[in-house]
Design a protein around this ligand. Structure first.
Ligand code: NAD
Ligand code: MG
Length: 383
């Protein structure tokens, strides 16, 4: 039996992970779960899965849950407790599915404890890729991507990297692939969250609409596969059937295909190197034709350009960009700035922030906080 710690149990990835667990109760035990505020949903999950630990990072939510819970589950509170369940001696696999920089510390704790980390929280790598990858190496942790593109590349590289020329991430283009730039001025959060193929949390849905998600994924790929930005390509593919491709020197290309459903990706991370049922039906190619491909528009999707630039500049730029993006997306979701302001806020923050090469986690955290303060100040100037 594999003991699973699920960070971000109430989210989109969290729910899909539990759906896979439900298909294989003889193989996976839900050992610990976490969420931020939704204690009601956590109460239900505790009843169903009887985990040993539950972490609520929000204090009030923890108090409510503690009052209501009748099972043997121990309720822990606060962000530090995430690190505890991620590195607990009884934890075997950690699903790192908290959204944003809030997920970094616990993902790193899992790496330092030598666990299998199923990494959905791409922001960890964007913020602290060097430190994170070093921790994985030093502690013989197992890092399996839980992002459809990176899982695809990981799967295509199972035969080895000999003759590897480049990798190519596919991007659906989100809801605004064919919307002209001038029409993006007035889009609402609900329009921006309405992804045509994938059902996801609100932050990553906005990231998909701006294509910052692809930008974060380029950086994620740089760290996961140890490739320079010149070897990472992006192609628009609105159907989201080809999840990504690997190009070799001999003219061969390997791609991984499937229906756009994260349960395939999650079940692969849980069963690797084997495969288990995920609940996702097999692809019917005749129902998905034609498959289309386009070159990305870096002017319309300036977040993608900014991400490539930040990766080339390296050092603190990637963390600065991530922090400014989180602040800007949150402000957009709250109606404080417009959709097109998101990339402007990020670019202005990058121009204003000090650039340096963080070598410790505290420097990474300090940079994250000061970039948030700069982005906040820029947004206030809009009001
Ligand atoms: P979501 O918004 O649906 O869920 C986020 C989870 O994080 C929730 O359980 C929430 O309680 C928790 N959380 C939020 N703020 C927190 C905080 N401050 N401290 C602790 N916990 C907090 O998000 P999601 O769509 O499931 O995405 C999770 C991560 O997976 C993101 O990093 C995203 O980029 C990545 N990802 C998601 C998908 C997808 O299909 N949803 C695909 C690839 C990668
Ligand atoms: Mg992805």
């Amino acid at each position: 039996m594999i003991n699973l710690t699920l960070l971000g149990a109430t989210g989109s990835i969290g729910k899909s992970t539990l759906a896979v667990v439900d298909l294989h109760p003889d193989q996976f035990n839900v050992f610990a779960i976490s969420a931020h505020t939704n204690w009601q949903q956590m109460l239900e999950l505790c009843k169903k899965y009887q985990p040993s630990f539950v972490v609520m990072t929000d204090e009030n939510a923890a108090a409510q849950l503690t009052q209501q819970i009748q099972d043997k589950t121990v309720v822990l509170v606060g962000a530090k407790a995430l690190d505890e369940i991620a590195s607990h001696t009884q934890t075997d696999y950690v699903m790192a599915a908290i959204v944003g920089a809030a997920g970094m510390s616990s993902a790193l704790a899992a790496a330092q404890a030598g666990k299998r980390i199923m990494l959905a929280n791409k922001e960890s790598l964007v913020l602290a890729g060097d430190i994170f990858m070093q921790a994985v190496k030093d502690n013989q942790a197992e890092l399996i991507p839980v992002d459809s593109e990176h899982s695809a590349i990981f799967q295509c590289l199972q035969g080895g990297r000999s003759g590897l020329k480049k990798i190519q991430l596919t991007a659906s283009g989100g809801p605004f692939l064919h919307t002209p730039l001038e029409k993006l001025v007035n889009v609402t959060p609900d329009q921006a969250c309405a992804h045509p193929n994938w059902s996801m949390g609100r932050k990553i849905s906005i990231d998909s609409a701006t294509m910052m998600n692809k930008g974060l994924e380029v950086i994620e790929a740089h760290y996961l596969f140890n490739l320079s930005s010149e070897k990472i390509d992006v192609v628009m593919h609105p159907q989201s059937i080809i999840h990504s491709s690997v190009y070799f020197e001999d003219g061969s290309t390997l791609s991984q295909l499937g229906n756009p459903d994260m349960r395939s990706v999650i079940s692969y991370a849980m069963s690797y190197p084997n495969r288990i049922a995920s609940g996702v039906p097999s692809l019917d190619l005749t129902q998905n034709s034609p498959l289309e491909f386009y070159t990305p528009d870096f002017e319309k999707f300036s977040c993608l350009r900014l991400a490539f630039e930040a990766l080339k500049q390296s050092g603190s730029s990637m963390g600065t960009m991530n922090a400014a993006n989180e602040v800007a997306v949150d402000s957009f979701l709250k109606g404080r700035i417009s959709f097109l302001d998101i990339s402007t806020v990020i670019e202005k923050t990058l121009n204003e922030a000090e650039h340096f090469y963080p070598s410790t986690l505290s420097e990474v955290i300090h940079n994250d906080q000061s970039a948030r303060a700069i982005a906040d100040k820029i947004i206030k100037s809009y009001a």
